[in-house]
Ligand binder design. Structure first.
Ligand SMILES: O=c1ccn([C@@H]2O[C@H](COP(=O)(O)O)[C@@H](O)[C@H]2O)c(=O)[nH]1
Length: 292
């Protein structure tokens, strides 16, 4: 399969994020998103002192799990904190070259005024050539609009996050059109009804809140959901799938990072870290599929 990319300055035919994701759902029979959160302290000792340790670790994980996943989700903080953005660029290029059918979701949770957001969008979509990026809706439509200009790319908006503190704001009742509702439901409706004019949006909803996940699914129809919170955060896979799936049993990118990346640490069996990651990724994909 040949994916031809485009950017804002060139006009080349491109496969959209949504088309690429739909294809990956089918080809790999997977609703699992493999998160790339490389923590050098948790790497095998033989990798830790290498200058390109992050790239080598992620490459091994990618090679071991590419046929189990519908997406890869690098978390930019793990790269930026170590001045390893060059290795993130190399990883994104590697995925595009070796596994062009698997979309890359850059987890950056950006949110800023329009002029700055334009630069963040270039960072995500030009520098890293991500297929999609996560964004924070707190600053409103003009802060998200620059990402939406990249019509072949996905824009995945935080809605009901997986962390307990997400309730501090996202559960507050707001008096919005159609009556009182929690803020996260207002975000879901706003994105589905008004921001998603080009069909490129998704939402982040945590697996740790299955009731809210079901509420969001009922509001948004078929829009894809990025669902972190299984694995290390303890979200229940069965409840997540029942709440998050579409009528066709799809529509999800159920994300797991640490439970896959560091499966070797959690399991003393005599396998290498990439084989352990593959084993857990396969188990997770199959468990998800059991409940679709
Ligand atoms: O609500 C959210 C949004 C994003 N995340 C990110 O997902 C992964 C989760 O990692 P695990 O190791 O599977 O817990 C991480 O990159 C978070 O920044 C989230 O957890 N919740």
């Amino acid at each position: 399969m040949c994916i031809i990319r485009s950017c804002a300055v060139t006009t080349v035919t491109a496969v959209s994020f949504i088309d690429k994701l739909s294809s990956a759902w089918d080809v790999n029979n997977s609703q699992l998103c493999v998160g790339l959160d490389p923590d050098v302290a948790k790497f095998p000792l033989h990798l830790q002192n290498q200058p390109d340790a992050i790239f080598s670790f992620c490459k091994a994980i990618i090679d071991a799990t590419a046929d189990t996943a519908c997406a890869f989700k690098p978390q930019i903080a793990y790269f930026a904190a170590l001045r390893a953005e060059d290795q993130l660029e190399a990883i994104c290029a590697y995925i595009h070259e070796k596994y062009p059918a698997i979309p890359i979701i850059l987890d950056a949770k950006r949110g800023d005024i329009g002029a700055t957001a334009e630069q963040y969008a270039r960072e995500a979509f030009e520098r890293y050539n991500a297929d999609a990026v996560t964004v924070n809706p707190y600053m409103g439509f003009d802060s998200v609009a620059p990402y939406l200009e990249w019509k072949d790319r996905g824009v995945i908006v935080l809605c009901r996050t997986s962390n307990p503190g997400g309730s501090d704001l996202q559960f507050l009742t707001v008096d919005a059109e159609g009556g009182n509702k929690p803020l996260y439901q207002h975000v879901a409706k706003l994105v589905a009804d008004k921001w998603n004019t080009n069909g490129q949006c998704g939402l982040v909803v945590g697996a740790t809140f299955p009731h809210e996940l079901a509420q969001v699914r009922s509001i948004i129809g078929e829009m894809p959901l990025l669902i972190p919170g299984i694995g290390a955060q303890g979200g229940d896979v069965e409840a997540t799938v029942h709440a998050g799936k579409t009528a066709q049993g799809t529509g999800m990118m159920i994300s797991s990072s640490r439970a896959i990346l560091y499966a070797k640490v959690n399991d003393a069996a005599g396998e290498d870290f990439a084989s352990a990651a593959r084993r857990v990724a396969l188990e997770t994909r199959d468990t998800i599929n059991q409940f679709r």
